[in-house]
Ligand binder design. Sequence first.
Ligand SMILES: Cc1ncc(COP(=O)(O)O)c(C=O)c1O
Length: 449
Amino acid sequence: MDASNLDALTRDALDYFLFPLASKEEIRTQGPMIFTSSDGMEITDAGGKTYLDMMSCHTRAGSLGYGQERIARAIYDQLVSLHYAGTIANVVDVTVNLSARMADLAPGSLTSTVFAGSGSEANEMSIKLARQYHIAKGDKPHAHKVISRWNAYHGATMGAIGCTDYLGTRAITEPGVPGYSRVPAPNLYRTPFGMDPSEVCDYCVDFLEQHIVHEGPEMVSAFIAEPVMQGDGVQVPPDDYFARVREVCDKYDVMLIGDEVITGFGRCGYWFALEHWGVECDIMSTAKAITAGYFPLGASTVTRKVADMLPAFTHIQTYNGHPGACAAAMATIDILESENLIERGRETGAYFLDRMQRLRDLPVVGDVRGLGMWTCIDFTVDKKTKAPFTDDTVKAITRRMADLGVLGGEEGTAIEFGPALVASREDVDRCVDVAEQAIREVMADRNLA
Ligand SMILES: Cc1ncc(COP(=O)(O)O)c(C=O)c1O
C-alpha cells in the first residue's frame, strides 16, 4: 500500500472506527495496527511490515494460524448449502453434529451444548443454566449468587462482566447485575497478601468455602473460574486447587463453571485445561479457538445431570448455533485431530517454557511461567518484593518486540505468548531471542540494568 493510501486508511480508522478498550490518545500517538494479509504464523500490516504472531490474532483465538483453506471452504460450503434455518426447535444438521462432537471431546459427563456467538455469551448462558438447574431441582430455588475471583476475566456482557474483575471494564457498568462477589485467586508469584506460595491453595479454598457459607449456600448458584487465569499473565494454579474447589462446590451444591474460553481446544496442552488436573466441571464455557478464530462462536456445555434436570433451557438468541460457525468448528476440530495438534502444542509449549527459563537471569524478569502453548514473562522492579512496574516499561518492551517483528501481548504486569498450535520450535526460538533483545534494549534505554 502506498504512503497516501496508508495515510487515508489510518485517518479513516481514527475518524470512523471505535477501538475497543484502547485509549484514543494511545491510538493517536502509537497508531492503530491495521493488518491486510497473512500466511501461516505471519501477519502483515498495511505498511507492508510482516510479524511473527505469537498471540494467535491478539486474542489467542487463532489457534491454527492464518490461511486455513479447509476451514474457509467448510464455511463457504455450508453457507451455500443452507446458511441458516432459525432457532428454538429449528436446527441445521451441522449444529447437531457439532453438539455430538462436543460430547465426544468434552471430559466426563459433559454432554449437551447450547451455542452462541462469543465467550461472553457462553458465560452468560452458563450462569443462566446454573440458575435454572437449581430452580428445576427445587432444593435451592432461590440460588442466584455467582462467585468469581479477584482479577478474573469472563466477558463484556452484563452477566459476564459482573463476575469480571480484570481490565477495569466492570466499574463503568456498575451497579450492574446484583448477586456477584469475588474471592482471592491462587496466584503463585504475587501471592494473596504476599503469603508463602505453599499456603496459597489452602487459603484460597478455605476462603471460597467461608465465602459460600457467609453468602448463604442456599443462595449461591455457581462458582466460575478460568482454569488458568489470564490476568497479569498465565496464572497456573497450585496442583490441588481445582480438585479441592470441586469438593467445596459439591459440599454446598454449587455449580462449578469452567471458563475454558481461552484454555479450551488445545491452548494448555489438552482439549480442555481442567483435564490437566483431572477435574470435571458441571458447566463449561468455550469460544475463541473452537473455530480457530475463523468465525465467531461460543458454547456452553453441561453435564448429563444438568441437561436432564432442565425441562427447557429458557434462553433464546437469533443465532444460537449458526451453521457457518458450526461448520468452522467442525473443520477446526478435524484439523486438530488429523494433525495431532493438541499433543504437538503440548510438546512445543514445554520446549517454549524451557527456552524461556534463561530470561529469569535478566534483572527485570521476576517470573516466567506457562502451561502448554501459553506462556508469559512477568516483570518486576525488584526481585525481592516482586513489585510490578508502574510506568510503561512492559508496554515499551512489547512495542520493541513488535518493532523487531514479533507480536506478544501486554498483559498487566507481564508479556504473554499464546501462539498457534502449529508454531514450530524455530518460531519459539525466534520469539525468545527477540524477547531477550527487546528487554535488554529497553533496560539500556531506561538505565534499568
Ligand atoms: C476467559 C475468558 N472468558 C470470556 C471471555 C469473553 O469472550 P468474548 O470476548 O468472545 O466475548 C474472554 C475474552 O477474552 C476470556 O478470556
